[in-house]
Design a protein around this ligand. Structure first.
Ligand code: GLC
Length: 530
């Protein structure tokens, strides 16, 4: 695989389709809306869009409950809309990645309807059915990720089925070869329609313990983390056999040219990197969410980057993520000023960056009034701050009503600042965070040391993190001030002077620096040492 293949050098941009652009006034985004906003994505400079699920779904978990893997949900449009989107995106030289949800289906999926119809139905074993425990209760202590038991009793057939998420999301039995074959055909279906790759939902969940042993209690459980954290999910997730399943998907992708397999995996580093697979036959990019959970400190992030660089198997390609539809927005986590530093970090580390729509505007936490709550997790475990609606609010395009997102009533409220914080306004402001993102993306495209060069740690203390990126004769130093006070930082010993190429505050271009550099509060710099 050449170093320059698109998913290595490129930038992925996640679109939450319900919230990107509505074109039919129902208050929910659609495929035609995404197509009409391709000018924006092209202008921003991203290489690939990843769209969260658009398949036919009862929307119990907003599309992560699939009733038909090869059909588009009417809320999002038609297969014709989909084909037009693929064609338009490719015409512009960009790629399209779909979300693939193989761990569970909707309880309305015809496969599950058959499976639950009788114990002898040929699809019975496509799902995970178990007899009750001797006391009539669930077969083991596995908990749903959204709270409550992970098992639901089916009166008609007298058994429980397992669901790692909602009871409307029964888990498929990936030990069954028929399930594997059916799901592989789904991948082929979309690749034949031109899709460039998949982000695979909860890929580390696909295999469960063959003996269905109880999970052990979590000694550090804090009820504010949600019920799922009562136990350690060591038997319900991340089983050794899962790697064969991932490799099986990868083989299907290899039947086509130049496709990418991205895996959603929330695991500690050493277990995460196993998903590259033995001999790199697993996921191309096991999503690296470490920045999401790390304290925002220069020292800790420097240690993390070093550790990650060390942990990746030879030939494996790194990747970085700051946010997604399940996590609080980066601007909420680190504040507006540091969100700019975070942007420079994301776009200058080694590896494929994934951006989350709206982060380029600095959208922060959006307060959702109780009567507007949509997320089933918030409904199941209210008031703990677990709900994901605040990071799923509609994109803010301009200062028209509803930010130009819809002419109807938006399915979630927009951020109150939408009239001033939006694409049209920020695009005209040379110092906006949107302008920063755009310049960073452009700069990354022009400098191969950033997209494919080596990463070399330079300096880390409690306040500043600095590293170099090198490729051929090019030598760039990235210096990030993680705190709200100015800092003075020495250039590396073997660099006498440098020239500032880009500041997160967008005003120091071409300034010369010699031996030391002054960083303003919350400032990040890219310095040419070449
Ligand atoms: C993944 C998705 C999340 C969904 C869950 C169940 O974590 O990102 O949104 O609720 O899987 O499919």
């Amino acid at each position: 695989m050449p170093e320059t293949t698109w998913w290595k050098r490129g930038i992925v941009y996640q679109i939450y389709p319900r919230s990107f652009q509505d074109t039919n006034g129902d208050g929910i985004g659609d495929l035609e809306g995404i197509r009409r906003r391709l000018n924006y994505l092209e202008w921003l400079g991203i290489d690939a869009g990843w769209i969260s699920p658009i398949y036919r779904s009862p929307m119990a978990d907003f599309g992560y409950d699939v009733a038909d893997y090869c059909g588009i949900d009417p809320i999002f449009g038609t297969i014709g809309d989909f084909d037009r989107l693929v064609e338009d995106i490719h015409r512009r030289g960009m790629k399209l990645i779909l979300d693939f949800v193989p761990n569970h289906t909707s309880d309305q999926n015809p496969w599950f309807l058959e499976s639950r119809s009788s114990r002898t139905n040929p699809k019975r074993d496509w799902y995970i059915w178990r007899d009750p425990a001797p006391d009539g209760g669930p077969p083991n202590n596995w908990i749903s990720n959204f709270g409550g038991a992970g098992w639901t009793f089916d009166q008609a057939t007298g058994q429980y089925y397992y669901h790692a998420f909602l009871k409307e999301q029964p888990d498929l039995n990936w030990r069954n070869p028929e399930v594997q074959a059916a799901m592989h055909d789904v991948l082929r279906f979309w690749m034949r329609r031109g899709i460039d790759g998949f982000r695979v939902d909860v890929i580390w969940h696909l295999m469960k313990d063959a003996q269905f042993r109880d999970n052990p209690p979590n000694p550090t459980y804090d009820p504010r983390q949600g019920e799922i954290n009562k136990t350690l999910q060591i038997h319900s997730t991340d089983q050794p056999e899962v790697h064969d399943i991932v490799a099986g998907m990868r083989r299907v992708l290899e039947e086509f040219e130049d496709r990418v397999l991205i895996g959603e995996i929330y695991l500690p580093l050493e277990r995460l990197v196993a998903y590259y697979g033995e001999n790199l036959e697993g996921a191309h990019l096991p999503f690296n969410f470490q920045l999401i959970h790390m304290a925002w400190s220069a020292k800790e992030i420097a240690d993390l980057v070093k550790e990650y660089e060390r942990a990746i198997p030879e030939g494996g390609w790194p990747n970085w993520v700051l946010g997604n539809h399940d996590q609080s927005r980066i601007a909420k986590r680190v504040g507006q000023a540091q969100a700019r530093v975070a942007a420079m970090l994301l776009l200058t580390l080694r590896g494929t960056p994934t951006m989350y729509y709206g982060d380029e505007l600095g959208i922060g936490h959006v307060e959702i009034p109780p009567d507007a709550v949509q997320d089933p997790w918030e409904k199941n475990e209210p008031g703990l701050g677990l709900g994901r609606d605040p990071q799923r609010t509609p994109m803010q395009w301009d200062d028209s009503p509803n930010g130009g997102f819809t002419t109807g009533k938006p399915w979630l409220p927009l951020a109150p600042e939408a009239a001033t914080c939006n694409v049209a306004t920020q695009a005209k402001q040379p110092h906006s965070i949107l302008s920063l993102y755009r310049q960073l993306i452009e700069f990354r495209r022009q400098h191969r040391s950033l997209s494919i060069g080596r990463w070399i740690g330079a300096h880390a203390d409690g306040k500043v993190f600095a590293y170099e990126r090198r490729h051929g004769p090019e030598r760039l130093l990235v210096v990030l001030n993680f705190c709200h006070e100015p800092q003075t930082v020495s250039l590396p010993d073997d660099a006498e002077q440098g020239r500032i190429m880009l500041s997160t505050l967008l005003d120091r271009q071409d300034e010369r620096v010699a031996s030391t550099v002054e960083l303003r509060m919350d400032e990040g710099l890219i310095i040419d040492l070449g």
